[in-house]
Design a protein around this ligand. Sequence first.
Ligand SMILES: Cc1cc2nc3c(=O)[nH]c(=O)nc-3n(C[C@H](O)[C@H](O)[C@H](O)COP(=O)(O)OP(=O)(O)OC[C@H]3O[C@@H](n4cnc5c(N)ncnc54)[C@H](O)[C@@H]3O)c2cc1C
Length: 240
Amino acid sequence: GAPPWSGLTLWRGVATAEPFLDGSTMVMVGDGEQKFVAYPLGPVGPDGRMPINFIAERRGAGSGEVDWNHPIDPQPIVDLFREWAFDWIDIPALIASADEILEYPMVDRDALPQWTFGRTTLVGDAAHAMYPNGSNGGSQATLDARTLAFHLATAASPEAGLRAYEADRRPATAALLEQTRQAGPEKVMVLAAERAPEGFAHIHDVIGPDELEEVATAYKRAAGFHPASLNGRASLSVVR
Ligand SMILES: Cc1cc2nc3c(=O)[nH]c(=O)nc-3n(C[C@H](O)[C@H](O)[C@H](O)COP(=O)(O)OP(=O)(O)OC[C@H]3O[C@@H](n4cnc5c(N)ncnc54)[C@H](O)[C@@H]3O)c2cc1C
């Protein structure tokens, strides 16, 4: 069936523009209803400009129809972000200058009850397509591959290896899927907007350092890249 739609629509594009902030920073602006994410893709060219990748996001402004190659007219998106021209980044100008903008509904897939059937299993997006909150789909596919290789190298049979891989990865990715549906690490943006709709002087006035750390740590643990947990577990490399 059709993938469930979050109600959010993403517009992705690449603009060539002057650097913002220090020229090597990723920014995320907004809340759970409307958001803008941008980061540089390469160095500053001789003309003083650089390629900047961006994602503009808004709830209820598109459709859940899945078409990954759907170019759109930038003007309505520029209009949605008209008020977002700041002295450190001009978001409507960035959107207007994109070479092309593609529209994506933010969809995912419900967690599957089974990945492995005999000598066949699922990895990556085929196993657990999830929202891009946390920028994590590629990382999870890599973790799948590494875990799969470990179990195939150490299990008594290929079938047992696939079952052990699924036992490791399916519950972990199902839990992560739930976190991405709650905005993942970007939950702090939602909290800040809820608690201080008129703005704030310092983030700690709105969300204390402990709570910020708690949100980040919970996501890192669920996603499998919490440094202390990683350093504390046995390596997945098999030395023969
Ligand atoms: C715009 C965008 C931005 C993203 N940004 C990030 C990010 O910042 N960080 C992150 O971690 N993840 C990101 N992701 C998610 C990430 O790209 C995916 O989660 C990841 O690529 C999944 O890997 P995969 O190997 O499972 O699938 P894919 O990378 O989709 O690979 C599947 C491959 O199978 C091929 N294929 C399909 N059907 C057949 C067939 N019948 N026969 C042979 N081959 C076939 C496809 O052509 C493709 O090459 C992003 C995704 C998109 C679309």
